[in-house]
Write a protein that binds this ligand. Structure first.
Ligand SMILES: Cc1cc2nc3c(=O)[nH]c(=O)nc-3n(C[C@H](O)[C@H](O)[C@H](O)COP(=O)(O)OP(=O)(O)OC[C@H]3O[C@@H](n4cnc5c(N)ncnc54)[C@H](O)[C@@H]3O)c2cc1C
Length: 269
């Protein structure tokens, strides 16, 4: 495989037994191996305005990840992007309505209305529209190439599950790759990655579209309870998250002490 560093143009040749595509929604890796995605391609249109303003006196120095507000266009969110006063305001935007970047005063008054202070000083830096999508890759593996994170599944920001799902993909795949590469396990173990993670992705993608409202909690987001045949009925969410309950069943924490002793660490498996 040849890696190209964009900044310097330098090319490096690498020989690798496996490739992990962790390259986001538009995953060049996924496209290179010809894996399609299935789901909802466009879910609503949103306007996002990047602006700079000193909002410290309103929100304090400690930042939340999101500030949910009511805007003149409906429910929206302020997202702090930096410590230098840059923020994004995102809110629903009617399909097909042109967005005029030149109409700075209109964008500024939209932001001020959402902030709730009619004369707050601010500078508009950028504006555009975007839509969200909710889809899952048909396969998470093609030969020796694996997809993790948004490369394997994309969801709407609703519920904030994209990164949580991605992290547990990486966790699930990483120890299996290590096990195979170190000779602790055989190659078919790697097939359990898709078997365990794709149902979680499908479930969370559906949840990001407002389905399965009865499901909630970090264990569900992460998908530490597997919905495979092996895992059916194996454990409860409480088992999965409760340190006091450790079973040796699929999807549960197990034998932390034994594994820790064997690996010379106190890590959980
Ligand atoms: C508005 C918004 C709010 C969100 N809120 C939450 C939340 O509250 N909780 C949550 O869990 N998730 C949230 N998410 C989702 C979360 O951001 C994503 O699910 C997560 O970032 C996916 O991580 P990833 O590593 O798979 O992909 P990415 O974060 O997209 O990383 C992919 C990386 O690959 C790089 N890359 C792509 N192509 C190449 C290439 N050819 N060569 C080299 N590098 C390449 C990209 O530059 C990028 O750095 C939110 C998303 C949005 C849009």
């Amino acid at each position: 495989m040849t890696l190209h560093e964009r900044a310097s143009g330098r090319a490096t040749h690498v020989r690798a037994r496996y490739v992990v595509g962790a390259d986001g929604v538009w995953s060049p890796t996924r496209r290179a191996v010809g894996i399609d995605v299935r789901g909802v391609e466009r879910q609503g249109e949103y306007c996002r305005i990047l602006f700079r303003a000193d909002l410290d006196s309103l929100v304090g120095r400690r930042r939340c990840a999101l500030y949910l507000v009511q805007t003149p266009h409906g429910p929206g969110a302020f997202i702090p992007t930096s410590r230098d006063g840059r923020w994004v305001l995102a809110f629903p935007w009617p399909d097909n309505e042109p967005l005029e970047w030149s109409a700075h005063h209109r964008l500024a008054s939209l932001v001020r209305a959402a902030v709730g202070v009619s004369d707050v000083p601010l500078t508009i830096l950028d504006v555009g529209t975007c839509s969200f999508s909710a889809a899952v890759a048909e396969r998470f593996r093609h030969r020796d190439v694996f997809l993790v994170g948004d490369a394997a599944h994309r969801m709407t920001p609703s519920g904030g599950m994209g990164l949580n799902t991605a992290i547990h993909d990486a966790h699930n795949l990483a120890w299996k790759l290590a096990a195979v590469l170190h000779g602790w396990a055989r190659e078919p173990l790697l097939d359990t990655y898709q078997a365990e993670r794709r149902p979680v992705a499908e479930r969370n993608v559906a949840r990001s579209l407002g389905k399965h409202a009865e499901l909630s909690g970090v264990a569900v987001d992460l998908g530490v309870v597997y919905a495979t045949d092996e895992g059916k009925g194996a454990t409860t969410l409480a088992d999965a998250t409760d340190d006091a309950t450790q079973s040796a069943r699929v999807g549960a924490r197990c034998a932390a002490r034994v594994a820790g002793e064997r690996l010379g660490t106190d890590q959980h498996t």
